[in-house]
Structures are given as C-alpha cells and as structure tokens.
Design a protein around this ligand. Structure first.
Ligand SMILES: C[S@@+](CC[C@H](N)C(=O)[O-])C[C@H]1O[C@@H](n2cnc3c(N)ncnc32)[C@H](O)[C@@H]1O
Length: 265
C-alpha cells in the first residue's frame, strides 16, 4: 500500500521533475505551480508545537520541542548501514520484538521503518496480521520493497508518510513501534497525535531511544532521549506510561498505552 497524498518528499521529487521540464510551455508551468501550491499541506510554521524561546542546536534542525532539540533525518545514503546487520543488532532486535508480545493477528505500524530491519521481524510475529512500514523517504520504501520481494514477505504494507503525518487510518492499529526514529521527527507533536488517533483503544506505543541520562553512551546528545523527556512528550498526547525496561545495553525500551476512553482527534 502506498499513500498518494502530496508529501514534502513527493513535492520535492515533483519539483525536481519540473526542473527537468523547462521545455514545458509557460502557461502549463504556471498551472503546475498553482496546483502545487494548492496541494501543499498547511505550512505548520507557527502552528507547529515548536518552542521559540529555547536555545537551538547547531547540528539539529534548528527546532526544539518541549525543551529538546530535534535531530535531522538520517538520509537514505546511510541506509545500507541499517541493512548490514551485526549479530549484536540481530539479537537485540529479537528481544525488542519478543518484548512487544504481539498477538498473531495484530496490526502493527513500524514508524520510521528505514530499511525494514524491524518491520520484517514484526511480520514474522504476526503471521495472520499486518505490518505497516512507514517512512518519509521513498528511497527507504524502495529498499524495503526489494527486500520484501527477495524474502517473499506478503504481510507488510509500505506507507509513504509525511513529516507531520504517518498516513494511517484512525482506529486501525494495535501497536506502533518507533526505533531510533521519534527523535528525528520534525513535527513530533503532530506525528504523535496522528499515531494516537490511529491506535485502537488500549493500543500500545513502543519507543526505543538511546538513553539520554547516560553520558557513557557514545551517541551525540541530539540522538538521545531521557526517559523523563519521553514520558512528558507521550503524556502531552494523552498516552499512559506502562513501563520502561532496561534489557537493551544502550537504549530505553518504553511502553505507553492509549487509554480505552481517549478522545478522538
Ligand atoms: C535512524 S533511522 C531508523 C530506522 C529503523 N527504525 C531502524 O532502527 O533500523 C530513522 C528513520 O526515520 C525516518 N523518519 C524521520 N522522520 C519521519 C517521520 N516523520 N515519519 C516517518 N519516518 C520518519 C527516516 O526517514 C529514517 O528512515
């Protein structure tokens, strides 16, 4: 499943196409530009839940949410690094997926799926369910498509999300997993509100992030989160903290739940 709404990435791709199409007549180009403007999502700018007054990181997006600088997106040129699995990562992936304790028919979204490292493991856990592998980079989806074909996986749907919306249907998923992805969301509040809307009542969010409290973990602070920060940000969208587990050497494994009576978006 691909979503065909006009994401920023798609708009950029279309713009690249426009660039190569200077041979278009001027009126056609003007019409294209008008359509493009009409299709653009509302500029979030001031409406986004970013802090204006906090010091901004030189390496980050220049945006801060609830006091924490937002990291830039890991670009697809680094994607092969995610595919090349180390044995250590293999083992940890299995532990993460086992800890999610999913029913065989669960519908689960892997948001910020990258090359599908977790999505394919999840697919094995839900043989009669589905995995929605969401990413904003079409190149990541292309790599996952290749890997799905190689492995003959048929219960993963690829979803091209937008920076502020994972493009999931309301009340359609039992769980959402984000591994090393949430801290990259340019619009964390908008993303989480949409994820909460997509969860069924009682649905769970699994958040895996490098531990911000531990200076020995050799990862830039921009790519880490403290448990307290994550709990604040999840509480802000109405999620209840269930537990935080420490079976991973460097990351928090945090579990949140959508209350049964959470208001619809
Ligand atoms: C560091 S990679 C992690 C990939 C994967 N979870 C893994 O552990 O192998 C982060 C991914 O999040 C994606 N991403 C960033 N912002 C996103 C958003 N708003 N919605 C969906 N994916 C996003 C990036 O494109 C990138 O593929």
């Amino acid at each position: 499943m691909f979503s065909f709404s006009f994401s920023n990435a798609k708009r950029r791709a279309w713009l690249r196409g426009l660039d190569g199409a200077r041979r278009w007549s001027a009126p056609a180009a003007l019409l294209g530009a008008l359509l493009l403007a009409a299709a653009a999502p509302p500029a979030l700018g001031d409406a986004a839940h970013h802090d204006d007054t906090k010091p901004q990181s030189r390496e980050g997006l220049g945006q801060v949410y609830m006091g924490l600088a937002i990291s830039p997106t890991m670009g697809h040129p680094g994607a092969r690094r995610l595919v090349r699995a180390s044995d250590v990562r293999e083992g940890l992936t299995n532990r993460v997926v086992a800890a999610m304790d999913l029913a065989a028919d669960a519908e689960v979204a892997d948001i910020g799926a990258g090359t599908g490292y977790f999505a394919f493991r999840l697919a094995e856990q839900v043989p009669s369910g589905r995995v929605l592998a969401v990413d904003i980079q079409p190149e990541m989806l292309a790599i996952m498509r290749e890997r799905m074909d190689e492995r003959g996986v048929d219960n993963v749907d690829l979803v091209l999300g937008r920076e502020d919306d994972p493009e999931l249907r309301s009340n359609s998923i039992d769980a959402a997993l984000m591994v090393d992805a949430y801290h990259e969301f340019a619009y964390p509040r908008e993303m989480m509100e949409a994820i909460v809307a997509a969860l069924r009542p009682g649905g769970r969010v699994f958040l895996v992030e490098y531990r911000g409290e531990d200076p020995r973990i050799p990862i830039k602070p921009l790519h880490k989160m403290t448990e307290a920060q994550a709990r604040r940000e999840m509480a802000a969208v109405g999620l209840t903290h269930v537990k935080t587990q420490s079976f991973l050497p460097s990351q928090h494994f945090m579990v949140f739940e959508k209350p049964a009576a959470a208001p619809e978006r």
